[in-house]
Ligand binder design. Sequence first.
Ligand SMILES: Cc1cc2nc3c(=O)[nH]c(=O)nc-3n(C[C@H](O)[C@H](O)[C@H](O)COP(=O)(O)OP(=O)(O)OC[C@H]3O[C@@H](n4cnc5c(N)ncnc54)[C@H](O)[C@@H]3O)c2cc1C
Length: 311
Amino acid sequence: MIDKASKAFFHTLAGSRNLKHLASRYGMRSPRSFARRFIAGETVDEAIVAARAIEASGLAQTLDFLGESVATMAEADAATQAYLKVLAQIVGSGIGRNISLKLTQLGLTIDRATCVDNLRRILDAAGAHDFFVRVDMENSAFTQVTVEISETIWQKGYRNAGIVLQSYLPRSLADAERMNALGARVRIVKGAYKEPKGVAYQAKADVDAAFIEIMKVLLAGGNYPAIASHDPAMIAATRAFASKNGIPPERYEFQMLYGIRRDLQAALRAAGFGMRVYVPFGREWFPYFMRRLGERPANIGFVVRGILNER
Ligand SMILES: Cc1cc2nc3c(=O)[nH]c(=O)nc-3n(C[C@H](O)[C@H](O)[C@H](O)COP(=O)(O)OP(=O)(O)OC[C@H]3O[C@@H](n4cnc5c(N)ncnc54)[C@H](O)[C@@H]3O)c2cc1C
């Protein structure tokens, strides 16, 4: 109940232009500003510094150049070009080649065909340099089209892209089975958006049970699935299922978000598991940041303290 209320509250706040203005002014302006707990920086150079530190501690990373819901073709094109530049900078830096992106950043809300063209421009450049590209999953208005685009991309021969499925959506179990049949890589998450009853499970127990069911389907028959959760119960269930079924750690990886449960990230790595950290960066960090606050209302405390300290 508290979960639902807090997601809804932060969803509403995320739409506030005043709050965005205030947060943007204070959130990232110094190395200790509050948004830096979850966002690696506003520039790719800052993200690369963060990625190097992550790799130095034995973890892998995926960089996410933040942006979503662009409103014009010109913005979608600019986002695509910016991503192509980011790829070149990653290659130049020598860090691991793995990125995450959102289709609404590439124009999905404006024109599907243009979005697919933009995605293919990125996948072509990524393929030339051995990148893996993860297509994040957004709110449920985009689930079907994101699954369809992933399948189209697969049929066109792209093997360097994977999708995300959300366990709060009852449909995701069937989507996981479809992706397994294709051989496409899946990241399973619980789901970060505020979704209505009838579309998504509302009770944590249902979301968790579905996560475990999909995790098992992916581990048993999927292609290098990513189990993305900070929830010790989800991690324990994954480890238990893998060990019972003789699935070695090389066949899957755990993933967590930058700045969240670093202790658990390190512990899993030390125990011999693959751990990839999702590193978001860029000027468009506000919606991502608000989703992180909505997941854990206690986070609001350090934001308020941060703003008070900065003023
Ligand atoms: C690598 C990665 C990629 C993701 N990609 C997507 C995506 O494409 N689409 C999508 O909808 N969602 C995505 N998510 C977010 C995901 O859906 C959840 O919203 C988020 O991971 C929180 O769920 P949880 O599994 O950690 O479990 P929860 O039950 O929410 O949390 C378990 C515990 O984790 C810790 N925790 C969780 N969130 C926070 C937080 N914000 N701050 C501090 N501690 C926290 C707390 O200790 C909490 O008790 C992604 C998550 C990860 C890790």
